[in-house]
Design a protein around this ligand. Structure first.
Ligand SMILES: [Zn+2]
Length: 283
C-alpha cells in the first residue's frame, strides 16, 4: 500500500472515530476525530497540518453556517497550502485541509495539478460577489447584465443563482468546499482539464471528497447548474448540510439585494438541498 493511500485510510479511520463521538462515545470525545499524519519525512511534507479535530457541536450554529466569521482568524481554519492554490489567503476547515493537501499531493505524484481557485468565503465575501452580479458590475457567465437585462427581482435572483449562492447559503461558508482549476465545465471536458476531472472522479472519494453539483436530472432536479470544479469534503459537510436544514430559514435571509425573494425561491429546499445524493450522507 503506498503512502498516500495509507494516509487517506488513516485519516478516514480518524473521522469514523469522530462520528462515533457524535453518538456519545465518551472515550473518543476527549480527542474527537483527530487525524494524525505519521512522523516520517515523506508523510510529513504532505501537509502543513498535523491534527484535524472536528468539533461538530461548535459548527451547529447559525452564525457559522451563514459564514458570519473571518476564516483567516478562525482557530479551526487553516490556509490552503500555497503550492496548491492560485493565490495566498485562502482557507479551509482544518480537517478538510488535511484531506485536501493529501489529495493534491497524491494527484501531483501522478502528474495531475489540482489548483484551488476558491475555498472558504464568508458572508461578506459572498455578498460582494452577489452584489456585483446584481448591480451589473460583474457580467454573468451567460453574458447577461443582470441589472439591465432582468428588471424583475425574482427572475434576477434565479439567473444569478445558476452559479452563485445567496449570501448566508453558500457551502463555501463552511470551509469544506473548494473549487479547482477553472470555473467552466468545458475546461473539464477535454485536454488537461479532462485529465484532472477523470482523476478526481476516480480518486477524490477515497479522500472524502465528492461533487455536490452534478448534472441536473432526476437525482438533482433543483438548484445550481452543474459545476465540475466544485468539490466538497463530506465527512464534515454532510453534517453541516443537516444543521443548515435544521437551523436556517429562508425568511431570515437578509442584508443583500433580493433577499426578500428567498422564501418564494425555496432556497433551503431547492438550493441547499439541491445536491447530489452522494453529498447527503457520509458513511
Ligand atoms: Zn464552488
Amino acid at each position: 500500500m503506498n503512502i498516500s493511500v495509507r494516509l487517506a485510510l488513516c485519516f478516514l479511520l480518524g473521522l469514523s472515530a469522530c462520528q462515533g463521538q457524535e453518538q456519545g462515545n465518551q472515550e473518543k470525545a476527549k480527542k474527537p476525530g483527530v487525524a494524525e499524519i505519521h512522523n516520517t519525512s515523506e508523510e510529513e511534507k504532505m501537509s502543513d497540518v498535523k491534527e484535524a479535530p472536528i468539533n461538530f457541536p461548535t459548527l451547529r450554529n447559525e452564525d457559522f453556517l451563514m459564514g458570519r466569521f473571518d476564516p483567516a482568524s478562525h482557530e479551526d481554519f487553516v490556509a490552503v497550502p500555497r503550492r496548491f492554490a492560485d493565490r495566498g489567503g485562502m482557507y479551509v476547515y482544518k480537517a478538510c485541509g488535511v484531506a485536501l493537501t493529501a489529495m493534491c499531493e497524491k494527484a501531483k505524484s501522478e502528474g495531475i495539478d489540482l489548483v484551488v481557485r476558491s475555498a472558504a468565503r464568508n458572508f461578506d465575501y459572498q455578498r460582494s460577489i452577489w452584489e456585483a452580479k446584481w448591480s451589473g458590475d460583474r457580467i454573468l457567465s451567460s453574458g447577461i447584465n443582470a441589472s439591465k437585462d432582468i428588471p424583475d427581482h425574482t427572475e434576477r435572483c434565479k439567473e444569478i443563482m445558476k452559479y452563485s449562492a445567496m449570501p448566508g447559503t453558500s457551502r463555501h461558508h463552511w470551509g469544506t468546499d473548494v473549487d479547482f482549476n477553472a470555473f467552466n465545465n468545458e475546461y473539464f471536458e477535454k485536454g488537461e482539464g479532462l485529465k484532472v476531472f477523470t482523476w478526481l472522479e476516480a480518486n477524490a472519494a477515497s479522500f472524502g471528497f465528492a461533487r455536490p453539483y452534478i448534472a441536473k436530472g432526476t437525482e438533482r432536479p433543483n438548484g445550481y447548474e452543474e459545476e465540475k470544479w466544485h468539490w466538497s469534503y463530506l465527512p464534515v459537510s454532510t453534517e453541516l448540510t443537516k444543521y443548515a436544514l435544521e437551523l436556517l430559514e429562508d425568511a431570515n435571509l437578509a442584508g443583500f439585494s433580493g433577499a426578500t425573494k428567498a422564501e418564494q425561491l425555496k432556497v433551503k429546499e431547492h438550493y441547499i438541498l439541491g445536491i447530489a445524493n452522494s453529498c447527503k450522507q457520509w458513511h
